[in-house]
Design a protein around this ligand. Structure first.
Ligand SMILES: C[S@@+](CC[C@H](N)C(=O)[O-])C[C@H]1O[C@@H](n2cnc3c(N)ncnc32)[C@H](O)[C@@H]1O
Length: 345
């Protein structure tokens, strides 16, 4: 029977307790500490269960003491029939662990499914952990060696290093399910991978993340709960993956006809503008500029992605600009960024 995982919300490590001042300052600037919540992980990963059997999963931006990715995979280890779970933590600065560790060294934890006599995952102190030689940077040789052992990488990586993080996974031909920001779709490197059907969006949107105590509060998107835990909702967090998911094969029903309403044409591209995916006409064979949110409904058997026209992004349009200008212009005005698509069926 599938085990249920306790819904305990881990606190972000308290800054005063676990981080020295310079590390804290560096992290505050980059704002990379967003701790993913178990319900958000469960909501997404339930769509991928068939991909885990016999596999080694790597969570390489995860402090196993607080990571819900570690919690999820260790508790579901037998249900998912995993082979191994490897977790590495960046700059483990917890003085309770392995004597006084202020060196900023990383930590590696390997879980192979061992259980207590009561059938539970053993406590943290009983698990197989080793200090890394370096700080646990996912780009370090020892972390790359662990990446090579992995079949599927699942985590929420640092937002500030997202391009590099994805680049490394692609370079090492790894399967992955990772959290990123919707804005990353328009990064040149990420968009190119999406266009070429090498990565795509997952199902859900993580709702809220626990953040360290020292992160500034930002209006309605930040709050402190009754336990004193700080929360931040990002609004545009999403999952990126290169694992095949059923959603990717669902055909979008097209209700509109090109003759039904006037679709504006771009000044500088031979394409019509469709301001919501719901209005994509069923009878247009040409190129259409659609909002980035179309990717939530993208089925590569139904459409091909031709290019991206957004702001001043150059060279990704996929079709020539009649005026030489790059952005999506209509009536002489620069409009919202659009993904250029064309029907294939
Ligand atoms: C967005 S947080 C997510 C943490 C955890 N994966 C989760 O989802 O709860 C990103 C984590 O990556 C860690 N990190 C930052 N730079 C890193 C690096 N170069 N290599 C590995 N991890 C890094 C941060 O310390 C932070 O804990």
């Amino acid at each position: 029977m599938a085990k249920s995982i306790s819904k305990r919300v881990p606190r972000a490590p308290s800054a005063s307790k676990s981080l020295n001042r310079s590390l804290q300052a560096a992290r505050a600037t980059k704002q990379d500490e967003f701790y993913t919540q178990l319900p958000d992980i469960e909501k997404e990963l339930k769509h991928y269960t068939k991909h885990f059997e016999g596999k080694t999963v790597l969570c390489n931006c995860d402090d196993p003491k607080v990571s819900n990715f570690f919690r999820y995979f260790s508790n579901k280890f037998h249900d998912l029939k995993l082979k191994r779970l490897i977790t590495t933590c960046y700059r483990n600065a917890d003085p309770d662990l392995f004597s006084q560790n202020e060196s900023g060294r990383g930590l590696r934890l390997i879980y192979s499914g061992e259980l207590t006599p009561g059938g539970r995952v053993p406590g943290f102190t009983k698990l197989d952990k080793t200090m890394l030689d370096g700080d646990g940077d996912f780009r370090s040789p020892e972390c790359i060696a662990l990446l090579k052992e992995a079949d599927v990488v699942v985590t929420n990586p640092p937002f500030s290093l997202f391009r590099e993080y994805v680049g490394q996974l692609v370079e090492h031909k790894k399967k992955f399910i990772i959290i990123g920001n919707h804005n990353a779709i328009t990064y040149r490197e990420i968009f190119t991978l999406i266009r070429d059907n090498r990565i795509w969006l997952g199902y859900t949107h993580p709702v809220a993340f626990v953040v360290p105590d020292h992160y500034e509060m930002r209006g309605v998107r930040s709050w402190r709960d009754e336990h004193g835990t700080n929360w931040r909702s990002l609004g545009n967090a999403c999952w990126f993956t290169n694992l095949d998911i059923a959603k990717r094969h669902e055909e979008l029903t097209l209700y509109r006809s090109i003759y039904e309403k006037p679709y504006p044409k771009f000044d500088n591209y031979e394409a019509i503008e469709v301001s919501t995916y719901k209005d994509i006409p069923r009878d247009c064979d040409g190129v259409m500029g659609v909002p980035v949110t179309f990717l939530e409904h993208y089925n590569p058997d139904q459409f091909k992605i031709v290019g991206l026209i957004a702001g001043n992004i150059k060279g990704l349009a996929g079709i020539p600009s009649a005026s030489g200008k790059d952005g999506p212009y209509i009536g002489g005005k620069l409009r919202y960024g659009r993904i250029l698509i064309q029907r294939t069926t």
